[in-house]
Design a protein around this ligand. Structure first.
Ligand code: BGC
Length: 915
């Protein structure tokens, strides 16, 4: 999404005099995106969706779009020539500015089109045409692949051999108009043209279900061509052939790396030429002796081949390559965002541990690698090891990485200052041990390179409590480190897999923090691709655990994540495209449940890592798996019924809502006593039953009371992966916000803030990953960067800051703003960059006043709840309520609600009487 423009305009306008903008300048259009992406090149969608934002002066209130017109042409200059347009939507009376489907003629492969839009606002003022934007199609017809897959000649069947390099020189004899390279690999690739990297994208072609879908990338290389040229590539094992999973598995997708590239040059005389991979390429291994995601890289700089990717290099001792017959009809254009190096971090200190290890502290548990600067003799070595934590004595601790060696070794060429970064590996770490190093290192020797899928940050949350603000920081860093092309459980040990349960529980928090629409769109395609014929969703996606799947709350990812995307971005197409996958999963559950509509007897992960106790009378918290399974069966079936209705499938809507009704009945008969007590008397069980709306109305207060009593009697949460995301929300929805805030503010184990008090900079997998005495949880499962418990972020945004989606008008077309005080917080500042522009919700308590500042983007409306206010005493922008706001002011639960349109508002009212 391209939201930065609007932030800029709002900030600029806030600095200007308000009176000036009362003149109501015509609205402007900006932030044009296609398929959520900014000027994408090489997309696969035949009918892409176009979105834009209205930029109105911040003091200009109630701005809506009344109509729009889009025009599309083959060049910027043609946009203004009516006769040369590819498509003109004409004036369309609509307030839709998100996901408007391109309605012109089908586009060809490799076609670039330019588009712009203008709008009429609700005062019938016409904007000027927006700045042009573009999109370009990729290879839409597999028949257009002229390149052949190539592989190096040696029998290339073991993993972690030295990485193969490939090269080919070619001349360009005419004037180039444009040039695109379409490129992919089995394994990972780095591509060079004339010695330069073709793009900053990392870990290309990305991780998909390689047997069914492999992405190719498209790069515009027009400006990189000369009269003599050289294309070069290096391949790494990556997820394709490297170590994957904890059982020593490798070569999962195949035992042979292969490369495929097709450079299409269009000359100014209209002719085209294709330079493609084939028999005429050459190959050799070089300095990368070993490169594995879990184990790290060994690089011998003495074996570098200077100039290998430039023209004029002598490749007479390079071998020929062989053409291999892998399919091209599984190649797909990317839908997500590439992984990139997004930030650099300098170490905060260099320490020597009691054992004498030299260790850099990066100050942040991060994911990526180290850029090393070193000087020494030829053959000297630097060995870098990576760890998330130090043990209780302060020594370097790597036992929790299990079998992942996470070691980068650099062998010097002895040539002045040498700078090195690894190629096809990443590590999850805060501490870096210099196991070997020539000379005495200083802080300049290492720089942390932070990598992740290049998602735009959309959410910010800060408050008066520094620990809670830090918790938010940790949640966002957990997401950064684990959104690396697929949503992983953890980034450091021999796992790093797309665990579906973790992704499911965290998806709404993720969608507040960052723009995850393209990221999940891509991953959900693999969820569907790897789904088993009987409808089970594998435990990890892409599935490398050999088709085990179907665990409740994990497999439900196939319904809950598309639903979250629909709510967060208003994306209906994702519901349509994923519908068969969702339905297959519900049908599977239906088959397992049978006629009694109870899903019992199957094996599941359950409330993973819930609170356990060593007390001999065991006051832990185990929630029966049959209860969880039936609760999720009901919830997913309810969602499926709703989704069917939204996409216009009436028959399924009726069928699945009727089925959900039956499951609910069965759930109550089996798991709920007539007094509203659940057979598993746990926080997770009550959170599921209440938040999934499984109980009859009369039992809701009773069940909520049981939940509240359980929280009070423990004095802390007892939930695992399943219950944690729902707990505070359930309490606050049912009148126990004080308990929810108690849980949030608690600093002792188990709680969200306990790790923060221990200096955590990311979210831990276990509530007590490191205990107060410095000892560790079970080494077999103790990640310090596992985002699942970070799902509390959703409650911080929605309840504490009060930024909520209206499911009837999703994607923030109508916003529900409803802030809440509690936990002793005196202010909260939150912002969310929606598809329409920034939404702000800042509240503070000042003296005896509650002050609430909001920003509502143009082309949206909002309902604002003012807790503890009454219509007579509320001032808005320093005046009493008037107009629509006054008309719509209505009481709710000790406060008032008002409806309002876009703009920037400050509400102030006396605190007394407020909850
Ligand atoms: C992963 C989890 C995952 C779980 C399945 C673990 O190894 O790290 O996050 O959800 O297995 O129960």
């Amino acid at each position: 999404m391209k939201k930065k423009y609007l932030i800029f305009s709002i900030v600029t306008m806030m600095c200007c005099s308000v009176a000036h903008f009362k003149l109501m300048a015509a609205v402007q259009v900006a932030g044009l995106v296609c398929e959520y992406l900014d000027n994408p090149v090489g997309i696969g969608a035949g009918q892409p969706r176009l979105s834009w934002q209205l930029s109105a002066a911040s003091s200009d209130e109630n701005v809506m779009q009344a109509a729009y017109e889009i025009r599309v042409a083959g060049s910027v200059s043609d946009l203004s020539k009516k006769s040369r347009l590819i498509w003109d939507s004409g004036k369309v009376d609509s307030d839709r500015s998100v996901d408007v489907v391109y309605g012109g003629p089908a586009l060809k492969s490799m076609q670039r089109v330019y588009w712009q839009v203008r709008v009429w606002d609700n005062r019938n003022k016409l904007s000027s045409w927006s700045e042009p934007a573009f999109w370009e199609t990729g290879i839409l017809d597999p028949g257009m692949w002229k390149a052949s897959w190539i592989s190096s000649l040696e029998t290339d069947t073991a993993w972690s051999k030295p990485c193969p390099y490939f090269r080919k020189e070619f001349p360009v004899r005419k004037t180039v108009k444009s040039a695109r390279v379409y490129v992919t690999s089995r394994g990972l690739y780095e591509l060079f043209l004339n010695g330069e990297k073709v793009s900053q994208d990392l870990f290309t072609p990305g991780w998909t279900s390689y047997n069914k879908r492999i992405q190719y990338q498209t790069y515009d290389v027009t400006g990189m061509l000369r009269s003599q040229n050289c294309l070069g590539a290096i391949l790494g094992d990556g997820w394709f052939r490297g170590n994957i999973g904890w059982a020593g598995q490798h070569n999962y997708y195949g035992d042979q790396l292969a490369f495929l590239a097709q450079l299409v040059i269009t000359y100014s005389d209209g002719s085209t030429e294709i330079i493609a991979t084939g028999k005429d390429w050459k190959s050799k291994t070089g300095a990368i002796l070993e490169s594995d995601i879990y184990n790290g890289e060994t690089y011998d700089a003495r074996m570098e081949m200077p100039g290998w990717n430039k023209t004029g290099f002598d490749d007479s001792n390079w071998a020929n390559v062989k053409e291999v017959s892998f399919p091209v009809n599984i190649l797909v254009a990317p839908q997500g965002v590439p992984v990139r190096a997004v930030q650099e971090i300098k170490p905060v200190k260099l320490l020597v541990t009691p054992k004498g290890e030299k260790v850099f502290d990066m100050g942040q548990n991060m994911v990526g690698w180290i850029r090393l600067k070193v000087q020494g003799k030829k053959g000297d070595r630097v060995v870098l090891k990576f760890a998330e934590v130090l043990d209780k004595e302060g020594n370097f601790y790597t036992a929790n990485l299990r079998s992942a060696k996470a070691t980068d070794t650099y062998i010097l060429k002895g040539d002045g200052e040498e700078v090195y970064e690894p190629h096809f590996t990443f590590h999850g770490f805060r501490f870096v041990e210099l196991d070997e190093f020539p000379g005495t290192p200083d802080l300049n020797a290492v720089t942390g390179i932070v990598i992740h899928s290049d998602m735009e940050q959309t959410g910010t949350f800060a408050c008066s409590d520094s620990l809670v603000t830090r918790l938010q920081h940790n949640i966002q860093w957990g997401q950064r480190g684990n959104f690396l092309d697929v949503p992983t459980d953890c980034p450091q040990r021999d796992e790093r897999l797309g665990w579906t349960g973790d992704a499911q529980v965290f998806s709404m928090t993720a969608a507040y923090n960052f723009d995850v629409a393209p990221f999940y769109t891509k991953w959900l395609k693999d969820v569907a691709a790897d789904q088993l014929p009987d409808g089970r969703v594998p435990h990890v996606i892409p599935d490398v655990l050999k088709k085990s799947g179907g665990s409740t709350a994990w497999a439900d990812v196939c319904i809950i994540v598309p639903w979250t995307m629909y709510l967060s971005y208003g994306d209906k197409r994702i519901l349509e495209e994923q519908y068969p996958s969702m339905k297959a999963w519900v049908e599977y559950m239906k088959g397992r449940a049978g006629d009694d509509n109870l899903w019992t007897g199957d094996d599941h992960f359950g409330d993973w890592l819930a609170f356990a106790s060593t007390r001999s009378d065991y006051t832990g918290a185990t929630t029966e798996k049959d209860l969880i399974a039936t609760a999720y069966y009901c919830y997913s079936t309810t969602l499926l019924g709703k989704i069917a209705g939204i996409i216009g499938n009436k028959a399924d809507a009726e069928q699945y809502s009727a089925l959900a009704g039956k499951i609910k009945k069965a759930f109550n008969a089996e798991f709920v006593t007539p007094n509203g007590r659940l057979v598993s008397h746990t926080q997770t069980a009550y959170a599921l039953a209440l938040s999934f709306n499984l109980l009859p109305d009369e039992l809701i207060p009773k069940a909520a009371g049981y939940l509240a009593n359980d929280v009070k009697s423990f004095g802390h949460l007892t939930t695992g992966f399943v219950g944690t995301p729902l707990l505070c929300k359930t309490l606050s929805d049912h009148g126990y916000a004080d308990l929810a805030f108690m849980l949030l503010m608690r600093k002792a184990y188990p709680s969200w803030l306990y790790p923060v008090t221990q200096g955590a900079t990311t979210i831990w997998e276990r509530w007590d990953g490191q205990k107060p005495d410095g000892s560790f949880q079970d080494v077999g499962m103790n990640s310090f960067n596992h985002y699942a418990y970070g799902a509390i972020g959703e409650w911080l945004y929605t309840y504490v800051a009060g930024i909520n989606i209206d499911p009837a008008n999703p994607g923030y077309k109508h916003i529900l703003l409803s802030p809440h005080e509690g936990g002793g917080l005196t202010y909260v500042n939150a912002e969310f960059l929606s598809m329409y522009g920034p939404i702000r919700s800042d509240w503070k308590q000042e003296g005896n006043e509650f002050i609430y500042d909001v920003v509502i983007p143009a082309n949206t409306t909002a309902t604002v709840s003012l807790p503890g206010a009454d219509a007579g005493s509320v001032m808005v922008n320093a005046a009493a309520l008037t107009g629509k706001m006054k008309e719509t002011a209505r009481p709710y639960d000790g406060g008032i609600k008002v409806d309002l349109g876009s703009g920037k508002y400050q509400f102030r009212y006396p605190v007394s009487g407020k909850k």
